[in-house]
Design a protein around this ligand. Structure first.
Ligand code: CTP
Ligand code: MG
Length: 390
């Protein structure tokens, strides 16, 4: 028999001003999922979970509800409420809908999007065992100074200092009483409890539960999740055809005023160089080993067919594409007038920015005497891990 007496409040109603993104912080994407989605991921499996309450900006009620229904795989009650002007007010709004049968409440910042399930369990168990208020806390690595004006006053003994994280856990009755009696605004619930003389204890926090506050924090999270990027390179060359009935395709689009290129497919050197760059970055071989002449379904195929399949394979291998760059080498076609069109078509197919450049060989060699077109491409991809994948 489970108790089903635990509620988790996730506060996601802040504007995220310091993050300077175009959406409120909880609705900013990391690896293809919002910060809110990531923050909800560890909650469904918590022991005794009976209710989840999420506080969000009024403008994002519908989106948050959809996200929560999608990510939460529990039959616990779900409430999405409108937050307030301060974190504390957002929690007050959430607490107002916490069910009467709830005995333990965990309050969590959506901004601590990658806190682990075991951190939640550690806090909840400590509250259950002691009946006290419990926060996760981390030791401080830096040497800490107390200052006044321009002057350093003293070095503070950091062995007695901790930085506080969430989820913070409370007996529901205590937290509700503290909120009912709140006379000041605090940045965490432990401070509110202590302002009313309540004891708060701590358990070990974790680096993963660090708060995403600034753009630099987001970069740190991404590099922790994804590791360094991987680059790839691709080159392709095709000869101009003498067959006047055929059309030139480069970068997936048609170029009516130029001769076609020869090839097993449509000779689109730009698309093929990009495909090779993507395959090499992901360690998936090359265009020949994947789409060789033994595959009749690709005979005469447009570059978009190869690119679409390659992008699918790269994603399947667990990578996100960051950007790609292609350069055409040759006298023809003249690229500048249609650069934007090619970039738009390729960007859409690849799902990341693709830029196009062009150069000649100063009249030298087979490209200088107009025998054909070459293209060189490079791409950057990153491992898209994170618990929700890409
Ligand atoms: N929060 C909230 N309601 C508010 C303010 C903050 O629910 N009125 C939540 C945030 O969504 C976040 C957590 O409290 O999950 C911690 O706050 P903070 O990191 O300061 O987030 P923001 O207030 O969104 O960011 P900023 O202060 O940079 O605007
Ligand atoms: Mg704030």
């Amino acid at each position: 028999m489970t108790r089903r007496d635990l509620a988790v409040i996730v506060v996601a109603a802040g504007r995220g001003e310091r993050l300077k993104a175009s959406a409120p912080k909880a609705f900013v994407q990391v690896n293809g999922h919002t910060i809110l989605e990531h923050s909800l991921a560890p909650i469904s499996d918590l022991a005794d979970l009976a209710q989840v309450v999420i506080a969000v900006p009024e403008t994002h009620l519908a989106e948050a509800t959809e996200i929560a229904n999608d990510v939460l795989t529990t039959d616990a009650i779900l409430d999405v409420v409108v937050g307030g002007d301060t974190r504390q007010q957002s929690i007050a709004n959430a607490l107002a809908v916490v069910d009467d049968k709830i005995e333990i409440v965990l309050v969590h910042d959506a901004a601590r999007a990658f806190a682990s399930n075991s951190l939640f369990e550690r806090v909840a168990s400590a509250v259950r065992a002691t009946g006290a208020s419990v926060i996760p806390a981390l030791e401080i690595a830096d040497t800490i100074k107390r200052v006044s004006g321009e002057q350093v006053q003293e070095t503070v003994d950091r062995s007695s200092l901790r930085s506080a994280q969430t989820p913070q856990g409370f007996m529901a009755v205590d937290l509700k009483r503290a909120y009912a009696n709140a006379s000041d605004d605090f940045t965490d619930d432990a401070a509110l409890m202590q302002s009313q003389g309540k004891k708060v204890s701590f358990v070990a926090g974790e680096v993963e539960a660090a708060k995403i506050t600034t753009p630099e924090d987001l970069v740190g999270v991404l590099s922790r999740l994804n590791g360094p990027g991987r680059t790839g390179i691709g080159v392709d060359v095709h000869r101009f055809s003498t067959d006047q009935s055929k059309k030139l395709f480069l970068g997936t689009i048609e170029w009516p005023d130029y001769p076609a290129l020869e090839g097993h497919s449509d000779g689109d050197a730009v698309s093929h160089a990009l495909v090779d760059a993507l395959l090499s970055a992901a360690g998936l071989g090359d265009i020949g080993s994947n789409f060789g002449v033994d595959r009749p379904e690709f005979a005469g195929a447009n570059g978009s067919v190869f690119l679409t399949e390659t992008v699918r394979m790269v994603h399947e291998a667990g990578y996100d594409i960051v950007n790609a760059s292609v350069q055409i080498v040759g006298n023809r076609p003249k690229v500048s007038g249609r650069r934007a069109e090619v970039e738009a078509a390729l960007t859409k197919l690849v799902g990341a920015a693709v830029t196009l450049g062009a150069t000649t060989t100063d009249g030298l060699g087979f490209l200088g005497n107009d025998e054909g077109v070459a293209a060189v491409a490079s791409v950057l991809i990153i491992k898209a891990e994170g618990r929700l994948g890409s």
